[in-house]
Design a protein around this ligand. Sequence first.
Ligand code: GLN
Length: 282
Amino acid sequence: MSNYSIQQALAVGASALTDTSESPKLDAEVLLLDCISQSRTYLFTWPEKLLTDEQQAAFLSAIEKRKTGLPVAHITEYREFWSLNFKVSAATLIPRPDTETLVECALDKAINKQGSLLDLGTGTGAIALSLASELPLWQVIGCDFQQDAVALATQNQQNLAIANATIVQSDWFSALDAQLFDVIVSNPPYIDEQDPHLLEGDVRFEPLSALVAPKKGMADIEHIIETGRNYLQKKGWLFLEHGYDQGQLVRDFFAKMAYKDISTVKDLGGNDRVTLAQWDPD
Ligand code: GLN
């Protein structure tokens, strides 16, 4: 029997994943592309092309892994974010499309030619490195508490050849020099530890330290808002990603800490996702 064609492989893969995944077709496409090292258009330009023995074996093994629930990004070890290719591992959160909303909001306010930007809990470095790539004259620091994340983000910085970013180990602000930033961004852990969605899908394979925070998910957000006041330039901006139901709580806490110009931006799915505010103490 000859090997599968691309079209057959996609159909077999998608049907094998219908019970496991909410996006079986897309998963099969991403896994097949990884096995044949081609760009996406190739799949639809050459549907009749037969897989080699090695490609077919690699694809079927990837499908088996995905059937155990393992995230696609952990199988391919890469995830695209902001059109850049990030290496991922089980040490950090997998970058999500929703987080591109945070990058967009920050770019919107980073209007000065030069400036300084801090990303707290950088993980893969997705936010820090995307912003650094868009703001070549800015100095960007990405920090993370986890040494594995620091190593991964540093590797991504080198792979993407981004010169204007530094990755450092720090538990939030604690290891930073006394420095004031024009912009601070963070996608901190914000899920309540009782949230049932932690038992489903990709999050089961991601570190709880990147997902869950005390006080119904608000503890780290509150710490960043409160302490951020000591690290922001006058008229500097703080941007936080948060849960779809935390917009009001985050706005209220920004107001309590005397920030100004507080607003919430929705993600592509129409949910509250990012709240920003300005530190303008006078
Ligand atoms: N948005 C992610 C999720 O709900 C969580 C990201 C985070 O905790 N920072 O899966």
